[in-house]
Write a protein of this length. Structure first.
Length: 153
């Protein structure tokens, strides 16, 4: 999903691009219906960051900046999982296979996400589903290497 589509789908929120370079490593921030996205990111990076911040809007309660608190880490993960599902999802992995993507770079480009975002999503899907999972008539294998196989009956 593109950055523009995410913005349109969430037009009720105050989404702004601002300079966050003075805050080390911060690409986005959510607080009370307001989302700040670092203005110096690529459009693809902005889409990935916005998806995660939307995850915080829909799932996070309170201030979770202190990541030493296990409850805050769980909320952070929940927001990221929502972003991964919104931007990629299992069906996105299958569609990339159908589109004949040959590697992670091709997949990321096809799915309109960054390679880093895709790698993180695949790792979380592996943790969630284990070595493999099924969707529709496809088997997605996460270990030892990502593979998609069509089931024939």
């Amino acid at each position: 999903m593109t950055y523009e589509k995410l913005q349109i789908q969430n037009e009720e929120l105050n989404i702004r691009e601002i300079d966050l370079s003075n805050i080390d490593g911060l690409k986005g921030f959510y607080m009370n219906g307001n989302i700040a996205i670092h203005k110096n990111l690529t459009t693809t990076e902005k889409a990935c960051v916005l998806a995660e911040e939307l995850g915080h809007h829909y799932t996070t309660v309170g201030n979770i900046l202190d990541q030493s608190d296990p409850s805050n880490r769980k909320q952070e993960l929940r927001a990221r999982l929502m972003a991964y599902d919104k931007m990629i999802g299992l069906i996105g992995i299958v569609r990339a296979y159908q589109h004949r993507c040959q590697n992670l770079t091709d997949m990321a480009e096809y799915l309109e996400v960054t390679a880093e975002f895709l790698k993180e999503a695949l790792e979380q899907y592996r943790r969630k589903y284990g070595q493999k999972t099924e969707i529709d008539n496809y088997i997605i294998i996460f270990e030892p290497h990502l593979a998609v196989m069509e089931r024939y009956e």
